[in-house]
Design a protein around this ligand. Structure first.
Ligand code: G1P
Length: 295
């Protein structure tokens, strides 16, 4: 049994769903209150026991590298001004984990991006976290998936039931139960973004994966698929047909922060859980509900 110590965060996409904001700012830097979305993703990985994170970036994503780096000048300024708490907050981000970045020179697809991690990851099992999918900080999903992968030495992917009209937005999985292992299921087939009438089920692939290193061989053999891109889902399909892939079916706790309304829901939910935000936020929500006649 090998331990999952490393994670890969693909962050090279254009973020077209959030234009014009994403014209000059990476979508991963969208703020959820006072932290960029990608910081929550990194914190989730660290909370699940990850020590080493590789972020796959692109030429327009310098802000991500800066965010996880030290800012000695700012730290000094804050400390000199007596703002010790803020100085520590800024410094702590750089100590969250050992963070590495490499650039995906060409947008050849999610499978290609993950394939770029091969040399860094080596032969170990590793996690992949997609930045658009944010989990509530209390969600045990990644830790559970890591546990399942370590226990069974088999890759585990996150699956969630979605409404029929949404299945074409995701990878879709055909599954069979594994007796006594619920919510773990055996994945029998995978299709990237099928038409809803062609989808094998309403179980969608959500952006958390824990792979054995075997996935890399499958990525290398994967030809461009949907949209002309090397799809991670296609590589997972051949892995599933070979030595196998399991799915972890979960409910709730996920925000699609690439979706504008779900992004606002994430801010409301997380804001309502913070002592410094809650009172003011509740006043705003109460006034809003009253004004809009939603009671
Ligand atoms: C990607 C994957 C898809 C998965 C989805 C989860 O799609 O290709 O299989 O279901 O993430 O968020 P994207 O949302 O990047 O288009």
């Amino acid at each position: 049994m090998s331990t999952v110590r490393k994670a890969v965060i693909p962050a090279a996409g254009w973020g077209t769903r959030f234009l014009p904001f994403t014209k000059s700012v990476p979508k991963e830097m969208l703020p959820i209150i006072d932290r960029p979305a990608i910081q929550y993703i990194v914190e989730e990985a660290v909370a699940a026991g990850i020590e080493d994170i590789l972020i796959i970036t692109s030429p327009y994503k310098k802000a991500i590298e800066d965010h996880f780096d030290r800012t000695i000048e700012l730290e000094g300024l804050l400390a000199d001004g007596g703002k010790e708490v803020e100085a520590e907050q800024v410094r702590a981000i750089a100590d969250l984990a050992e963070i590495h970045t490499i650039r995906q020179g060409q947008a050849l697809g999610l499978g290609h991006a993950v394939g770029m991690a091969r040399r860094h990851v080596g032969d170990e099992p590793f996690a992949v976290l997609l930045g658009d999918d944010m989990m509530h900080p209390s969600s045990p999903l990644l830790r559970d998936m890591i546990g399942a992968t370590e226990e069974r030495d088999t890759s585990t992917i996150a699956l969630m039931r979605v409404p029929k009209e949404d299945v074409s937005l995701y990878g879709s999985a055909a599954v069979e139960p594994i007796e006594g292992a619920e919510p773990l299921v055996a994945v029998r087939g995978l299709v990237e973004k099928p038409r809803s009438e062609d989808a094998p089920s309403d179980l969608a692939v959500i952006g958390r994966y824990v792979f054995t290193a075997e996935i890399f061989e499958h990525i290398e053999r994967t030809a461009p698929g949907k949209g002309g891109e090397i799809q991670l889902t296609d590589a997972m399909a051949t892995l599933a047909a070979g030595s196998g892939v399991n799915g972890w079916v979960f409910e709730g706790g996920r925000y699609d922060v690439g979706n504008k309304v779900d992004y606002l829901r994430a801010i409301l939910d997380l804001g309502s859980e913070r002592d410094d935000i809650r009172p003011g936020l509740m006043r705003v929500v109460r006034d809003f509900v009253e004004r809009e006649g939603l009671e």
